[in-house]
Design a protein around this ligand. Structure first.
Ligand SMILES: NC(=O)c1ccc[n+]([C@@H]2O[C@H](COP(=O)([O-])OP(=O)(O)OC[C@H]3O[C@@H](n4cnc5c(N)ncnc54)[C@H](OP(=O)(O)O)[C@@H]3O)[C@@H](O)[C@H]2O)c1
Length: 295
């Protein structure tokens, strides 16, 4: 039976991965308390003890703005630790499934990025994630790097849960309307990850080591996403005086880290491997809102 070590098991993606991965084998979920990725010796000892067939690394330093003044920790978690996982995987013939980000790109492209496009990160977070990708690629281990973006779920603090919380508390929400992407539900990433691992297990040669873009289809702005979230919320709970959403620019909402304005990812390579297409971003919004409101 396949042993899958799930790092970052308490994060929004980690939580979403638990059930789909359980269909593939024995899942060992691990959070920061059990294995802090800034402690490389502890990480290696842990890997030696568990001896996983697959390392699923959903852990990351994801505080994009804080990373600007905490680069050492961001690089330790997002680059150095994945490099150590990759080295261990290479020497134990394990597979490393790792997650990366659209923030490795500068967002200047008018069309969605493919895997061969040149990264050019604008932030410490983006640079640290890119360093992780490069280290894994150079390690020689069997690996699958899934780059995604605009991840949301009903679990944890993310755009969905924040907008629904503020949407009750305030009359008006001002939301950035000049950054574009495709909101991607963590459940879609988790299910697609499990499909890819299943395909890899049954036909290893059909899933080549490398980077794959995993994003829902279509495009919107944060403003457009917020509008749709609150429309669904109002239809499910019409009695709540939900906030109005107004568009603003990135300049109206200064943040420590610069975001790519159009960091759309083209999932074509992944879809060809899986023989499927990925749904439009709108498909999961209603159920995501309903899940939060039912809590
Ligand atoms: N969220 C997005 O919009 C987005 C977009 C593109 C790519 N991604 C990528 O998707 C993956 C999953 O992200 P997510 O959205 O699930 O993020 P998340 O909710 O922030 O989860 C990340 C997890 O990593 C853990 N972690 C952080 N530092 C750690 C350390 N030193 N040792 C061990 N664990 C540590 C966190 O633990 P604590 O809870 O204890 O901090 C958290 O459980 C990441 O690779 C991320 O870069 C996310």
């Amino acid at each position: 039976m396949m042993r899958l070590l799930l790092l970052g098991a308490a994060g929004q993606l980690g939580l979403s991965l638990r059930i789909p991965l359980a269909a593939l084998g024995e899942v060992i979920p691990v959070d920061r308390r059990t294995c802090d990725l800034t402690d490389l010796a502890a990480l290696r000892t842990f890997l030696d003890r568990i001896r996983p067939d697959v390392i699923v690394n959903a852990a990351a330093y994801t505080a994009v703005d804080r990373a600007e003044t905490d680069a050492g920790t961001a690089f330790a978690v997002n680059a150095t630790a994945p490099a150590a996982m990759a080295a261990w995987a290479a020497s134990h013939d394990a597979l490393l499934l790792h997650y990366s980000t659209d923030y490795v790109f500068d967002g200047q492209s008018e069309i969605p990025y493919v895997e061969t496009d040149m990264p050019s990160p604008l932030s410490v977070y983006g640079r640290s994630k890119l360093d992780g990708d490069l280290a894994i690629g150079a390690s020689g281990c069997r690996h699958l790097i899934l780059r995604t973006g605009w991840v949301y779920s009903a679990l944890g603090d993310n755009f969905l849960t924040t907008i629904l919380r503020l949407g009750r508390e305030r009359a008006v929400l001002r939301v950035v309307d000049d950054q574009f992407g495709a909101p991607t539900h963590a459940g879609l990433i988790a299910d697609t990850s499990a499909d890819l691992l299943r395909r890899h297990a049954s036909s290893p040669s059909s899933v080549v080591s490398g980077t794959y873009h995993l994003s829902a289809g279509g495009v919107t702005s944060w403003f457009g996403f917020a509008q749709m979230l609150l429309e669904h919320a109002a239809s499910l709970q019409p009695g709540v005086g939900w906030a109005q959403v107004r568009p603003i620019t990135s300049a109206d909402y200064p943040q420590a880290a610069t975001r790519p304005p159009r960091a759309r990812l083209d999932p074509g390579k992944l879809c060809r491997v899986l023989g499927t297409s990925l749904p439009a971003w709108q498909a999961a919004v209603g159920s995501g809102v309903a899940e939060v409101l039912q809590r």
